[in-house]
Design a protein around this ligand. Structure first.
Ligand code: ADP
Length: 268
């Protein structure tokens, strides 16, 4: 089964999101014109938060699907299920979004099985249709429907990149870790930790990211910096919080870990 989260329209206020550039206006223009958007960027840099924020601002319900290598088209479209002795059709999250004029966000879309991209094609051109073979329906997307997908170009192997025929159907927005002064604002806001300590954590994050491609496969995410800051704000020592949130998640190699700890000493 797919992991789907549904965010209801009209909840209190939009989740906090600090823009890195003009991504909010580009997304709004794409939505207004019914164009699909691909968000590219490393894990934990704010893509999911951005979509949640925009869905709320645009007054659209959001269906988020965390894609994985077992996710098939039927998980998105729907299937017949046995209910009280009867077989009934149950819409999947993509079908619901198409019917309701909602936003459907496919997180890490390259992880999904190949048949998923086939389903997306007629939805991502001017037909904006979703054929449902099982029921014989061909749904035309309700105005307001928008398809958003994300992927991390960094760590996929060659077999797991998006085919040009798929990626050329989406507008693309590139995301990266926020610039230091923005990241300090984000982490302070999310964790409520004092700004000076946050500044040091962000400085450390910058040093760790500089090691990407040498000792580390991926740089530390903003998500992990927020985790470290949250632990410190709740009373954990800086050393312990950084170890758990910003070093252990990055590597299993003891030598590399020792090298990273040396960086911590330099920064704090
Ligand atoms: P992704 O979807 O890119 O993996 P998320 O959207 O889940 O990453 O971001 C991880 C966390 O980082 C969020 O929960 C939030 O705390 C923080 N974050 C990152 N960028 C921003 C931003 N621009 N504004 C607000 N919070 C952010």
């Amino acid at each position: 089964m797919e992991a789907t989260t549904i965010t209801k329209q009209g909840a209190a206020t939009a989740p906090y999101y600090l823009p890195q550039s003009d991504e909010c206006s580009v997304f709004a223009a794409a939505h207004q014109n019914g164009l699909p958007v691909l968000l590219k960027g490393p894990t934990g840099c704010g893509k999911t938060r951005f979509v949640a924020h925009m869905a709320e601002k645009l007054g659209r319900k959001l269906y988020t699907v965390a894609c994985h290598d077992d996710l098939a088209a039927a998980d998105l479209i729907g299937r017949y299920l046995l209910k009280g002795g009867e077989t009934v059709w149950v819409d999947g999250p993509l079908t619901r979004a198409v019917r309701e004029g909602a936003i459907c966000y496919l997180d890490e879309v390259v992880e999904a099985r190949k048949d998923v991209t086939v389903v997306l094609h007629p939805l991502t051109d001017d037909r904006r249709t979703l054929p449902i073979d099982r029921t014989g329906e061909e749904l035309v997307a309700t105005p307001g429907f928008m398809l958003v997908a994300s992927y991390n170009p960094g760590y996929q192997n060659i077999l797991k990149t998006l085919k040009p025929s798929t990626r050329q159907r989406f507008l693309s927005l590139e995301f990266d870790f926020p610039a230091p002064e923005l990241e300090v604002d984000i982490v302070t806001q999310e964790s409520k930790l004092d700004r000076e300590t946050v500044k040091s954590l962000v400085r450390l994050a910058g040093k760790l990211r500089a090691l990407k491609g040498q000792d580390l496969e991926e740089g530390v995410s903003t998500r992990l910096v927020v985790y470290a800051a949250t632990l410190i704000a709740q009373g954990m020592s800086v050393q312990r919080a950084v170890q758990t949130a910003m070093i252990e998640p990055l590597t299993d190699d003891d030598d590399v870990k020792r090298g990273l700890q040396d960086l911590v000493v330099v920064v704090f």
